[in-house]
Design a protein around this ligand. Sequence first.
Ligand SMILES: Nc1nc2c(ncn2[C@@H]2O[C@@H]3COP(=O)(O)O[C@H]4[C@@H](O)[C@H](n5cnc6c(=O)[nH]c(N)nc65)O[C@@H]4COP(=O)(O)O[C@H]3[C@H]2O)c(=O)[nH]1
Length: 949
Amino acid sequence: MGNLLRRVRISISVSAILALLVGLALTALLFASVRRVETQARTVRFQQDAMLRINAVSGGLSDAIEQLMVVNQLFNTFGVVTRQQFHSFTAPLLARYPELHALSFQRLVSHAGRPAYEAQQRRRIPGFTITDFIGGQHGPAPRRAHYNVVEYIEPGAGNDTALGLDTSAVTTYGDARSRSRRNGRVTATGLLSLVQQRGFHTGFLVLAPVYQRQAPQDTVRQRERAVIGETAAIFRVDHLIHTLLGSARLLDQPGMSINIYASGSAQAAQLAFSNGKAPRRSSSVSALLPVWLLYDHPAPVNAVFNVAGEPWFIEVTQEPRSFMDTHAGSWYALLGGLLSSLLAAGYVYSLVSRHSAIERVAGERTAALQFANLRLTEDLALRKRTEKALRLREKVIEVSANAVIICNAEGPDYAVEYVNPAFESITGYSAAEVIGKSLKFLQGAGHDQQNIDEISAALREQREGHAVLRNYRKDGSGYWNDLFIAPVRDDAGAISHFVVAQYDISAVMRFEAELEYQANHDALTGLANRHLLAERLSSAIAQAHRAGTELWVVFVDLDRFKFVNDTLGHEAGDAMLRVLGERIKGAVGEADTVSRMGGDEFVLVLPGYPGDGGGLRVLQRIMDAVAEPLRIQAHEFFVTCSLGVAVYPADGGNADTLTKHADIAMYRAKELGRNSYQFYCPEMNARTLERLQIEADLRHALERNELVLHYQPQIDVKSGAIVGMEALLRWEHPVLGVVSPLRFIALAEEMGLIIPIGAWVIRTACLQNMAWQKAGLGRLRIAVNLSARQFTGKDLLQSVGDALEESGLEARYLELELTESMVMGDVDNAITILRMLKQLGVHLAIDDFGTGYSSLSYLSRFPIDVLKIDQSFVRDIALDADGAAIVVSIISLAHSLRQKVIAEGVETAEQLAFLRAHGCDEVQGYFFSRPVGALEFEHLLAHAPCTTG
Ligand SMILES: Nc1nc2c(ncn2[C@@H]2O[C@@H]3COP(=O)(O)O[C@H]4[C@@H](O)[C@H](n5cnc6c(=O)[nH]c(N)nc65)O[C@@H]4COP(=O)(O)O[C@H]3[C@H]2O)c(=O)[nH]1
């Protein structure tokens, strides 16, 4: 019994041991199987994760490169793209594709074209110059045959250092550029350092060539000749990968490394991106430890993908992981197996068989999963490609700043089938309002545009067409439309539609018009400038030549402009020119041209006035308009002008000669007393020469003692005695003889010489008068003429005071003669000067009274002692009743103001009798004596009755 029991126990223990051994063996088997299943599942998961990242990188990159094509399409469609358009077009793309670091357009500029290009860019970017990075320094680019200049770059912020940069010197860049230009395709550069964003980052560019529109591009030579630059998408590699993977949280999987090379294999020098761990080919740890047991290390997954024609290599690796971390099931199986082995071999058996089944199912499922995964990836890639292509076209149209319209190809209406949002915003018509209709409604009511014929012909002949049209928005406002039209073929090759691209170029047209206006008009007055005058005059001459008619060229010069400019400053001068420019324009006809030559000179072209007096009336209108009182800075002015007229064809056959002759005639008008016009005659040329000679000699007349004073007596009407004299200047020129003041006073005034000459006259007159008084020739008054410049000059009081003091003459024996225009210019200033002169004690007379623009209300405010009636009225006394009436009114006006009256230019006894009869106080004229030299006058005094003072 005992033996049996022992045998049974041994048998049991053997069974148990056997069971245990079998159990252990099975446990070991189970453990190995579970481990393999878990490892396979992990490997598949890792491969899926790796493929997800590889697809995200390659797909994202090709998406971003597609955007470059969108931008490139913009240049190829519209040729000229403004900075604003580039900005508007790229801003939404950059916002939607943050992986794009920047988009730019680089222009090819030849060395010969560099100055013009820089000048053009400076209008937009002050101080613009083509730059370069040499030795890390940003500075002007050295001379090169060609420059590839970054003209636009978006976003602008942070990329400003790249604007104007010549990228020719970057070799990697240059290789890619020349490949892309030669083969006409999108091409990626190798890795390079980017200069944007203040600092250097590894990046690369994708370039797409831009060719001249419509230039042939079939051969390499044609493409090289047609290229004008390229668009570029700029990628910063770290930013790119973080955007593509980081945003989807694909970068932070523990232990997983992604290494991307800008080459077809894993070349360390081309490593573009690595998220942490460098790739590990063999592990020293895995070589030493029982890898199959302790570590889980799936094989790296890699792929080669295409970046704009360049192969890139991506490799995804998983760090070896401790077996303990990842194979909990295996451990449980081992422990469970050990425990279960002790309990029952059958249980172990069943466990083993169950795990076999699990193993098979898992294997089948894994295979099915891998297969499905493969199909899914392929389907997804195909659909993505198709969708991308469609989206690209849709996007180009939707985001386009220009209107895009698709019309049916069937005439005569060519009904609209589609309009993009830009069309709606440009025209104000909604899509619903235009679909199904003909585009003709954009032409408005007028159909007089010639360019429309080109578009109608293109539609009829089913070809491309282009025209600039005047179109009208829904609100009736007009705009300029640069319109391109092109036929679209269906799958069968028949033309089914037309695509129409409209570009609102109103702003460009306005800008051009503004530039043209500025180039042709005077900035101050808005009148035509020299340039436009030359154009108008030439065409008016040609027209007059064809029609056989006359043409007048009128030179207008303001008589007192210098005075206003000198006394009140340039602002007042400018204001005066503006007002007078307006007035002159208002005085001529619509067809006449009024231009400002600069300063106070205007030139007029009057084409349409025959010799029936119409032209003369226009000249008079101009003089009257200018002479109207003028209020500037609270001062009232009276300005006159002098006009010179040259007539085509008699006075010249071309613009230069006519203008020159009108100028000469104008000078003659000035010489003859201003506020008048003169027609050119050939003798004036001789006068001009003489004038030049006089001008040169006048500078030395004073120092060479060539100036002398003549004296003309002034007679008291009642007593017949000489009561005074007028000192009149003469120039004894060594060649010309005695020169009249009428020929040189105005000149001396223009040259500024009147101040020393005038002071000399006052001093000499005072000394001479005093000498005669001392010689007992009577206490007479001496009258001296003042010129306008002398009157307003700061030295007048001083020189009068000095002359009186030096000569010892009592102030009451000195009379200063002023003209009306001198005091009526700036009335308040004139009153101040007159009062100061009066305080010295001198007499004041208004010369040539009645010829100027006296305002009687002012006359009473002037502290004037004498009115001198102009000799023209005296001459008219006997000739016409009007002249006589004027003289009578002047005498009574002067007396009512308690002023004395002197009549000058008295030549006959009748004139004297008339003046005496009407109470004139004093007279002066050839009837008594011409102006004579000092000696002769002395003789006159000695023999004629004169006042004793
Ligand atoms: N036909 C005619 N003429 C007569 C008769 N009596 C006098 N005259 C002329 O009439 C002019 C009178 O001078 P004014 O009106 O002050 O006109 C003067 C005056 O405005 C200016 N002038 C003369 N001397 C000076 C001067 O020293 N300083 C300035 N600023 N101007 C002067 O030159 C102008 C012309 O001077 P003159 O040639 O000397 O011409 C003088 C004189 O010779 C007459 O009975 N019949």
